[in-house]
Structures are given as structure tokens and as C-alpha cells.
Ligand binder design. Structure first.
Ligand code: FES
Length: 152
């Protein structure tokens, strides 16, 4: 059954009409045209769909939207703009860390979440944060460099 729900996404109020157990990822991509978060596994395992919920990285493919009402959702689009990218986005651009780019949404969101809780994370903390993100291209060296650049 469809329900009307009000979400806050990238600082804007969005009214959606969907089944309460619909995964947040589908609402973001299909209803709100926010294509930063990617569909990878749909099982909460690859990290491609990550978004920030109240500043913490979350896997939107396994989060029902009813649990997102009243919370602050930020997608890759909400981190920064083309003119003013978030420092994490800028680090990934500077290090040319994308190969196909599919996984980068999750990597960037996760590093942003790490920096939200720890301003100067260690290399071990960065690697731990990225441990459960899959990159099938094998662009890991550049991703690590970008993440470390963002970590200052
Ligand atoms: Fe959500 Fe893989 S698509 S974790």
C-alpha cells in the first residue's frame, strides 16, 4: 500500500508517495532523480548506494523509507556543487580516482562520514572505513590516495 511521507533530502523537503518498506535508494533514484547513489548488489554489501543519514554513512538499498522520515538525508549531489565540491569530492577529482566511477559514490560518502566523526583519521581508520566497499575496476591505489588526501 502506498503512503505519503515527507523526507528531507539535501536540505529540501520532499513529499513521496510509496510503500513504506520501499528501499530509500529507489525513492532517491526513481522519484527524486538523485542518481549519485548507485544500485550495485541490493543487499547492503557493496556500498555503491551509500548516503548520509544524520551525518552517518548508510546503505540506502536496505533502508526502508519509513525509517527515514524526520532524518537528514544527504546524497552525493548534496555534498557539494560542480563549482564548490566537497573537499572529499575534490580529493577524488585531484587524484583521478575513478576508473568506471560506479563505486565512487559510496567511497566518497563513507570518507565524508569518517571525517564528520574524526577530523584527522589515520591511514588505518581510512582503510577500515573503505574495507566494505567493492571496486571491480581495481582503482584502489588512486582511491586510497584520494581518501588520504581528503583526510589531510
Ligand atoms: Fe546497496 Fe550494494 S547496492 S550495498
Amino acid at each position: 500500500t502506498q503512503s505519503k511521507m515527507r523526507l528531507t533530502v539535501n536540505g529540501k523537503t520532499c513529499d513521496v508517495d510509496a510503500a513504506p518498506d520501499t528501499a530509500l535508494l529507489y525513492v532517491l533514484r526513481n522519484d527524486l532523480a538523485l542518481n549519485g547513489p548507485k544500485y550495485g548488489c541490493g543487499l547492503g554489501e557493496c556500498g555503491a548506494c551509500a548516503v548520509l543519514i544524520d551525518g552517518v554513512a548508510a546503505r540506502s538499498c536496505v533502508i526502508p523509507i519509513e525509517g527515514c522520515v524526520g532524518r537528514d538525508i544527504v546524497t552525493l549531489e548534496g555534498l557539494g556543487s560542480r563549482e564548490h565540491p566537497d573537499p572529499v569530492q575534490q580529493a577524488f577529482i585531484s587524484e583521478q580516482a575513478a576508473q568506471c566511477g560506479y563505486c565512487l559514490n559510496g567511497m566518497i560518502i563513507t570518507i565524508r562520514a569518517l571525517l564528520n566523526r574524526s577530523a584527522r583519521p589515520s591511514e588505518a581508520e581510512v582503510m577500515e572505513a573503505l574495507r566494505h566497499h567493492l571496486c571491480r575496476c581495481g582503482a584502489h591505489i588512486e582511491i586510497k590516495r584520494a581518501a588520504m588526501r581528503a583526510a589531510g
